[in-house]
Write a protein that binds this ligand. Sequence first.
Ligand code: I3P
Length: 105
Amino acid sequence: KEGFLSRKHEWEGHERKATHRAWEKYYSALTSNRLLFFKDAKHLKSGRTATDDFQLDPSTSIAPATDYRKKTNVFRLKFQDGNEYLFHAKDDTEMNEWITAINNT
Ligand code: I3P
């Protein structure tokens, strides 16, 4: 699965709020166990990432962020180290595709 997602860092540790909290749009791509971030699809082809990738493992949890009310179609990824990120998909279908794809990693 690949496509544009906006991302917001919420927590950078257990009980430690993220300092850089703005939404950032990335062309995102899921591999077998990693979520990679690019500026656009062209950069994915060239392999030039825009920022660090996320390692996914069975301890990573993903669910719709029903408590976040400023945007719709937002889901949350939680990592065991306390990092939490929101992701904004363009519609409900996209959000559910990402959730299913990430759950299947
Ligand atoms: C953040 C930016 C985010 C906002 C966040 C701000 O400021 O405006 O859009 O999150 O609010 O801190 P900056 O651009 O200066 O980094 P929301 O879109 O969710 O409001 P927050 O600190 O309440 O998370």
